[in-house]
Design a protein around this ligand. Structure first.
Ligand SMILES: [Zn+2]
Length: 411
């Protein structure tokens, strides 16, 4: 049996178990001057040190939080972390005012990432993914979803899913794979042709992926096509997720509801009807403020949606074209300042609610019986994380009761 005691936390912060929406969402549990006892990767107790002290044995490892905050590890429920190449030069062009269309005409955009995936050996793609996973861990992400979608052919899509599956065993972040064959139509193919290829990939993809996703957007896949693809994914054993309403409302919300999506992601462009419809479902509404910031497009109407009763989740959408960040802390700050979400709601959205978007139970809270994924922050007040933005406040990361990253020693 492994036993770990974290003592001397100024605050132990946790969402309330199973509270995903509504006014209660903002009521975080904050235990002051508390300790946490962990056994075999699960939290056994949270409380004052004298109450937990009796459980200490010779085998117990003790970590002194040094009067700092302890909170749940971040659950990033939407990322495209496995990719090839780098688009920094393209970004610089865009900043100089070159249009996205012009960049695409020169062979940039998603086509350049697809090309890099086709040309790179698996080991090179994996090496880059490992570097980025280390960055994610150092930013406090302990659970993460990764999508395929830069292969756009059977061979390369399966190669990406294989890589994600191998990465699960090779580093501490808990990973979930999503099949996103329907990310875009590859150059030189017509859409009908490519959709039937995607359908043919399903049986193999489902050996690796828990979820199936589609980019439902004008110029990509229509609501009807998305529904058909996701129904086929379900038949193959993958649960549906959707990229929806990023630039246009094309009936994707209705499609997400009809197909029983686990999450609807993006939602930058929402009308009242769509908000009301989502509020009546258990679909996690995943906001990706990094994209709005990076592309300078409107933010999702998160405040309105939370007030209407939607379930908010917050994720990085880490990808080389539209959201090159792994900082959930920065996204929490953006949710607060740009989307009028409270600090407390933003914390819930990036922990327990992210876990809901990945159908993971007992992840995202610091309560007895829950998985011991937690962060020690280099501050005595959790609100500093949103307030002092652009700073990495992570001092240490613990995954399933094991110290997996130590960035700052106790003060
Ligand atoms: Zn995405």
């Amino acid at each position: 049996m492994t036993s770990l005691l974290i003592k001397n936390a100024s605050q132990v912060v946790s969402p309330q178990a199973q509270v995903f929406r509504g006014k209660e969402l903002g009521n975080l549990i904050v235990e002051r001057d508390a300790s946490i006892h962990i056994e075999n990767g699960s939290i056994r107790a949270v409380g004052p040190f004298p109450e937990l002290e009796t459980a200490i044995t010779n085998e117990t490892t003790i970590i002194d939080a040094g009067g700092r905050v302890v909170m749940p590890g971040f659950v990033d429920s939407h990322s495209h972390l496995v990719f090839g190449g780098n688009r920094a030069n393209e970004f610089a062009e865009r900043c100089r005012g070159v249009s996205y269309e012009e960049i695409a005409r020169r062979g940039g955009g998603i086509a350049s990432t697809v090309k890099a995936i086709h040309q790179s050996p698996k080991e090179a793609i994996k090496k880059q993914a490992h570097l980025n996973l280390r960055r994610a861990l150092n930013q406090g992400i302990t659970t993460m979803e990764i999508k395929s979608g830069y292969g756009l052919s059977k061979e390369t899509e399966i190669k990406l899913l294989e890589i994600i599956t191998e990465l699960k065993e090779e580093q501490p972040i808990e990973l979930t794979a999503t099949f996103l064959g329907a990310h875009a139509v590859p150059k030189g193919k017509n859409k009908t042709e490519y959709i039937s290829e995607v359908l043919e990939m399903m049986p193999d993809a489902s050996k690796y992926a828990q979820f199936c996703d589609v980019f439902c957007e004008e110029g990509y896949f229509s609501a009807e096509e998305s529904k058909m693809i996701l129904e086929a994914g379900k038949k193959a054993g993958m649960l549906p997720k959707m990229h929806v309403n990023q630039f246009h409302e094309i009936g994707g919300i209705q499609a997400a509801i009809e197909v029983g999506a686990v999450s609807a992601d993006h939602l930058e462009v929402m009308n009242e009807q769509g908000i009301d419809l989502l509020a009546q479902t258990d679909i996690a509404c995943t906001f990706l403020p990094g994209v709005s910031f990076f592309l300078n497009i409107p933010y999702a109407p998160a405040r309105k949606m939370i007030d209407a009763g939607c379930i908010p989740a917050l994720a990085t959408d880490f990808n080389p074209g539209s959201s090159m960040t792994l900082s959930m802390q920065l996204l929490i700050s953006m949710a607060c300042t740009q989307m009028q979400v409270s600090v407390e709601e933003a914390i819930c959205a990036s922990t327990q609610n992210g876990a809901l978007a990945l159908q993971k139970s007992r992840v995202g809270c610091l309560l007895p019986g829950w998985q011991a994924d937690l962060l020690i922050l280099d501050t005595d007040n959790y609100r500093n994380m949103a307030y002092f933005f652009g700073e990495n406040h992570i001092a240490a990361v613990i995954k399933k009761g094991k110290l997996v990253a130590q960035l700052k020693e106790s003060a």
